[in-house]
Design a binder for this molecule. Structure first.
Ligand SMILES: [Mg+2]
Length: 266
């Protein structure tokens, strides 16, 4: 198989397939025809796939339910979300520290299940912001107070400015961070794509090397940039957001560009 630029696809030796979801394996909730066979082929070749997502408003269980409903048999181990990455990051960098979390109930439950101790803004030793679709003004006040009064580490689950919704876009975690920066002068350390942390953490979790890893996604500035930042192979599929012109004219160059995942094992 050659890609859209005539480059021969070289993925033998790849074992860990990090897959974006929307635009990559389905669009608007309807699964691509090629997806079930593509996933089976990865397993048949002795590989493993993990769905990686920046969205910290939904829990892993939410995603398991969603894909199972679409006919993909999967379990919790097949997913890696920015919420899980955040829990690992907290354990690695701030072990045992109490966290004030601006996030959905799903995010808070996920962190607590992973052994992170959550507390109110007064007793916090770490501040955390997620894609909080249950955001209130009180939470913004409490986070601002904490960041102003104490010099605590401040992290955020994902840097996305917006989240695609049925009418266009809605503000995501990155936009919340800008709002807080205007008030406190502080910006968080972001965990999700395009930061390499997400890719590195999942390679570490499942014990794969860079040379064995490939990221497949439809967004150049998150999926593909995260692969570039982590030093792993990237495949951009044109079945979602990025168009061929974006790859030609943009600065972010994937290793390979294909029409869809159907072309990967051709
Ligand atoms: Mg996508």
């Amino acid at each position: 198989m050659v890609d859209r630029f005539g480059k021969k696809l070289h993925i033998t030796g790849k074992k860990l397939f990090l897959l974006d979801q929307d635009g990559t394996i389905y669009n608007d909730g309807s699964l691509f025809d090629a997806t079930p066979e593509f996933l089976k082929t990865i397993k048949r070749l002795g590989g493993r796939y993990v769905f990686i997502t920046n969205n910290s408003s939904k829990s892993v269980d939410d995603y398991v339910r969603k894909l199972t409903k679409m006919g993909i048999s999967c379990d919790r181990e097949d997913f890696f979300t920015s919420s899980q990455a955040t829990a690992l990051y907290l354990h690695a960098h701030y072990p045992g520290k109490k966290v004030y979390c601006v996030g959905t109930k799903s995010l808070q439950a996920e962190l607590q299940a992973a052994g992170i101790e959550l507390t109110d803004s007064e007793h916090a030793e770490v501040a955390l912001m997620g894609y909080d679709t249950e955001l209130t003004y009180q939470k913004l006040m409490d986070l601002s107070r904490l960041l102003t009064k104490k010099d605590v580490p401040y992290i955020a689950t994902n840097p996305d400015w917006v989240c695609p919704v049925d009418f266009g876009f809605a503000p995501d975690c990155g936009s919340f961070a800008f709002m807080i920066e205007k008030a406190t002068g502080k910006m968080p350390f972001f965990i999700g794509k395009p930061r390499p942390a997400m890719i590195e953490l999942v390679m570490e979790k499942f014990h794969y090397k860079k040379e064995e890893t490939v990221v497949i996604g439809d967004r150049l500035y998150t999926d593909i940039q995260s692969a570039i930042n982590a030093g792993v192979t990237s495949i951009c599929v044109l079945s979602g957001e990025a168009k061929l012109d974006d790859v030609i004219s943009g600065d972010i160059k994937p290793d390979y560009t294909l029409d869809s995942i159907a072309d990967i094992f051709k």
